[in-house]
Design a protein around this ligand. Structure first.
Ligand code: NCD
Length: 344
């Protein structure tokens, strides 16, 4: 059980939530039964997730008792790709809300026998799943499932397309550390294998919505295709910058998010070698010195230390990497409670 603080005279277990699944006092309506990407979220809806997560963080910290908001609700984690932090984070989040959590191990399930994604979904639905948290190597797979599933689908990463809860936890972490809790005009650099990164794509939506000056930087082969989006603007209006010039990107940056080199998604010929990538684009202490003083360092994990980020930077005083992971639990609790508050 949780420590003494909130027991006894403390708030009722679900004081962290009102009937709509959001933080008390909120006037923003939450319309999304699924969360498939951040592109559908308005700024007030993003703020609603962050506010709700702040209340959830009190449960995580033991300052409030576990919530019963999802008691009896089946949450199934269906991960077709490797994951440690995201899967465990969703599991911990669901347990804090008293949900019934099931983890499907792809190895050892009928998926290995060739069961289709939709058959698997129907099987899990028949077994009581009300929320499906899906990670899949194919971009768009969670959208296909969401069309047929009776409950809520949360995208935990699809191919190179989207990873909405990661972008929301990145935003929540960043906002805690910038003056005035505002990213307006702050320079945020996303560095590395942008091409294969669902994290980068979902972050471009949320960071530009927050008013940040977003820069994407990497070797030409790994930022390819983003210039057109940058020129057209996110949602047709919010501009960002794409560059291969690392110095220009890092100069006066307020935050830099290094991305993993995604060898598993990379076609031959995109990079001469990992060694060369590290030498030209690795985030080292010397390079970080180009950025604004106290520039925040982030990475969604898992990190290849010594390749996209030097160990002393990853574990240094400016690093928010561990805080990102911890923040993920409250963000996923918020998302679980919001999506399940929307009736079909
Ligand atoms: C990322 C992912 O899987 O998209 N990791 C994560 O969810 N924390 C990034 C990556 O795999 O490099």
């Amino acid at each position: 059980m949780k420590p003494a603080l909130a027991m006894g005279a403390g708030p009722a277990p679900d004081a962290a939530l009102d009937a709509s699944g959001s933080a008390p006092g909120s006037t923003t309506a939450w319309p999304h039964r699924h969360l498939l990407d951040t592109d559908v979220l308005t700024w007030p809806q993003i703020e609603l997730v962050l506010d709700t997560a702040r209340h959830m963080a009190e449960i995580v910290a033991g300052e409030r008792p576990r919530s019963t908001a999802l008691r009896g609700v089946g949450v199934t984690n269906l991960f077709y790709e490797a994951s440690t932090r995201t899967r465990v984070s969703f599991e911990v989040a669901a347990r804090h809300l008293s949900a019934d959590v099931v983890n499907v191990a792809v190895s050892g399930s009928s998926i290995e026998k060739g069961e289709s994604l939709l058959d698997t979904m129907r099987t899990l639905e028949a077994l009581g799943a009300k929320v499906l948290v899906i990670r899949h190597a194919t971009s768009g797979a969670p959208y296909l499932v969401a069309r047929e599933f009776g409950g809520s689908v949360i995208n935990a990463g699809d191919g190179r397309h989207a990873h909405p809860t990661q972008a929301l936890l990145d935003l929540a972490t960043l906002l805690r550390h910038v003056p005035g809790r505002s990213l307006r005009g702050r320079k945020v650099v996303i560095l590395g294998d942008v091409l294969h990164s669902r994290v980068a794509r979902s972050n471009v939506w949320t960071l530009t919505a927050a008013g940040a000056d977003v820069w994407l930087c990497g070797p030409a082969t790994l930022v390819r295709g983003f210039e057109a989006w940058a020129a057209a603007g996110v949602g047709g209006e919010r501009r960002f910058t794409v560059t291969t010039d690392l110095e220009a990107a890092l100069r006066d940056a307020d935050a830099v998010m290094a991305l993993r080199i995604q060898k598993e998604r990379m076609a031959a010929g995109l990079l001469p070698s990992l060694h060369e990538y590290a030498a030209r684009f690795g985030l080292t202490r010397e390079r970080l010195a180009l950025a604004a003083e106290g520039c925040l360092v982030m990475h969604p994990g898992p990190m290849n230390e010594g390749i996209e980020i030097a160990s002393d930077v990853a574990n240094g005083p400016q690093s928010l990497v561990t805080e990102q992971v911890a923040t993920g639990v409250a963000i996923r609790m918020a998302v679980l409670s919001l999506v399940t508050s929307v009736a079909r």
